[in-house]
Design a protein around this ligand. Sequence first.
Ligand code: FE
Length: 145
Amino acid sequence: MVLETEAAVKKEAGVDKKSDEEYRQQLTELEYVVLREGGTERPFTGEFVEHFESGMYACKACGAELFSSDSKFDHGCGWPAFTEPVGKKTIQYVRDSSHGMERIEVRCAACESHLGHVFNDGPMPLQTRYCINSVALDFSDGESA
Ligand code: FE
């Protein structure tokens, strides 16, 4: 039997969440609109669009590690693009039919904050392109990527 810590169980059950008030205090207005209301930053405005240093990108809302710089590529679309997340359980996928499009929304699995969308026009062999808002991410450099 594998025993998990109570924190891990709570996280798994999705109870490890901050209150709306905490998010409002922690995040800037734009970060809040993107992460907590599913908004999108304007293209080519985010700090990580042209950012290609070695390191790890984490969720701005909860700190969970999401994408390694190893998976980052320049798609030219105005938002950071990644081929894959760091772990299989890192991302929550939600069908999004808004704005007259059929898209797959990606959220942080740990805190369910909105990150962006995933498309199937990425580079071979995976062909996935995670199109992520810069303001939804925190970057820390290092060799651990
Ligand atoms: Fe998160």
